[in-house]
Design a protein around this ligand. Structure first.
Ligand code: PAF
Length: 281
């Protein structure tokens, strides 16, 4: 496995791979890899000739009061994991490679980027779409994989790829959960053991709401309430948002029908956790 630090080197490698008519499978990450990332890597191994994983903690997607500096960085551990998975290239540039000095260009998907996570974290998705666009331009993957845990990110990246005719095929893989059903996330490492125990209520709440729909509940507010009650029973949890939204446009649904997402952002102490379930009627 090779670790690539420079944009021009990664570009040259991709050109050679594509000229040899081989396919590139790409997994963009911010490192601190867990089994959720590795599930994406394994799928890319099955589906493509060459696998590229990027590890880049993207400053543009962190707000001024967020944890950019404290975000865990474990390049040696991460690269060991990726060697074991048979990854071909890790692209891990410094921030000034991706954001050179001088006037900057940003990519933004309007409307979708200001809802849910975007309302709580202004500018976050502009940072995500900008870096994903840059990475897709550099790596030029045939196929790129993202996780369903960041459901809104997946919807927004899909929209960007479609709107800009990027041609990369997008693969969204299901949430990977730990044995206690908590969705895997790099931020779980920040939880105390008590917070971790309470965090299980997020999953329980979401699935209680889904069970309510399966049992015939058709009032969107009652569905959300069913989840909220379970989550709020835990003292250390604080709901930032919990909404039943349309799976494409991410708008609150007026009726329980079609393909919906029940999405949650919940603070466990000072750690913000995301989770979601799909509900289809
Ligand atoms: O999901 C992530 O880890 C990041 O948002 C991504 C897609 C790697 C962009 O920095």
């Amino acid at each position: 496995m090779e670790i690539i630090r420079k944009v021009h080197s990664m570009g040259e490698i991709s050109s050679q791979i594509l000229a040899a008519r081989r396919t590139i499978g790409f997994v963009p990450t911010m490192g601190s890899l867990h089994d959720g990332h590795l599930a994406l890597v394994r799928r890319m191994k099955q589906l493509s000739d060459v696998v590229v994983v990027s590890i880049f903690v993207n400053p543009a997607q962190f707000g001024p009061d967020e944890d950019y500096r404290e975000y865990p960085r474990q390049l040696t551990r991460d690269t060991d994991l990726l060697i074991a998975e048979g990854v071909d290239y890790v692209f891990s540039p410094e921030p000034d490679e991706i954001y050179p000095e001088g006037p900057a260009t940003y990519v933004e998907v309007e409307d979708l980027s200001t809802r849910l996570e975007g309302a709580s974290r202004p500018g976050h998705f502009r940072g995500v779409t900008t870096v994903v666009m840059k990475l897709l331009q550099i790596v030029r993957p045939t196929l790129a994989a993202f996780g369903q845990k960041d459901a809104q990110q997946a919807v927004i990246v899909r929209r960007m790829i479609d709107n800009l005719f990027l041609g990369t095929e997008l693969l969204i893989l299901p949430i990977v959960r730990d044995e206690d059903d908590v969705a895997l996330s790099s931020r779980n490492a920040n939880l105390s053991s008590g917070e971790r125990r309470s965090a299980r209520a997020i999953y329980r709440g979401l699935f209680a709401a889904r069970a309510a729909v399966e049992a015939g509940e058709r009032d969107p507010e009652a569905v959300v309430r069913a989840a909220r009650e379970v989550v709020e029973a835990e003292e250390v949890l604080r709901v930032d948002y919990l909404e039943l939204v349309d799976g494409e446009l991410l708008r609150p649904v007026p009726a329980v029908e079609g393909r919906m997402l029940l999405v949650a952002a919940v603070y466990a102490g000072s750690t913000r956790l995301l989770d979601n379930v799909e509900i289809s009627v």
